[in-house]
Design a protein around this ligand. Structure first.
Ligand SMILES: [Zn+2]
Length: 192
């Protein structure tokens, strides 16, 4: 009996693997927004602590999803917005950006909070497109996207949803992506 169960699990794992890793793609979470337009509150501290340029580029990074089928995002006010974006030096947390999306048991998103951490990249505060990129990545999570997945044998594609910041925006390299790419747009358009 035990042997049968092990064999069944193995077959299941192999078939899931075959389906999931056939191509490079951006994975999705099961939850989504159930409305066509969203508001986003940008913490006023972003402007006062980091200046006009970063503030503008962070907003552009969030709004980059407006070129897809995702719910449209417009600027909202404190306390009544669907999404909020905060930016601060949160210390050595292990992340440059973090998104906390709250959803109901039926997988409808209630609200989403994004944190941009300047700790590791404090020397790049004037690299405005970097903050635009991280804001865009975290907003992908806020809309229900998971990370980009690639099998070792498959061809690499650009994606704003790669797990690590350096994979989509390398401050000392040539990879500088700050908007949704083909696999990200395919995933979000399939969802909405
Ligand atoms: Zn992420």
């Amino acid at each position: 009996m035990k042997r049968t169960i092990i064999c069944l699990l193995l077959v299941l794992a192999i078939s899931i693997g075959a389906i999931s890793f056939a191509n490079a793609y951006t994975a999705v979470y099961p939850y989504s927004w159930n409305k066509n337009s969203l508001t986003c509150y940008f913490n006023a501290d972003i402007l006062s602590n980091y200046g006009t340029q970063i503030s503008n580029y962070v907003r552009i990074g969030v709004m980059a999803w407006n070129n897809t089928d995702a719910p449209s995002i417009s600027v909202g006010t404190l306390g009544s917005s669907d999404i909020s974006v905060d930016m601060d030096n949160y210390g050595y947390t292990g992340w440059d950006g973090y998104n906390n999306t709250n959803y109901s048991p039926s997988n409808i998103i209630n609200y989403s909070i994004t944190y941009l951490n300047t700790c590791y990249l404090s020397g790049y505060l004037s690299e405005y497109n970097l903050w635009r990129a991280i804001a865009c990545h975290e907003t992908g999570h806020a809309l229900g996207l998971n990370h980009y997945i690639l099998a070792p044998s498959e061809t690499e594609e650009d994606s704003i949803m790669k797990s690590n910041t350096i994979e989509y925006y390398n401050v000392s390299g040539t990879t500088k992506i700050y908007a949704p790419c083909t696999p990200d747009i395919s995933a979000i358009n399939a969802k909405y």
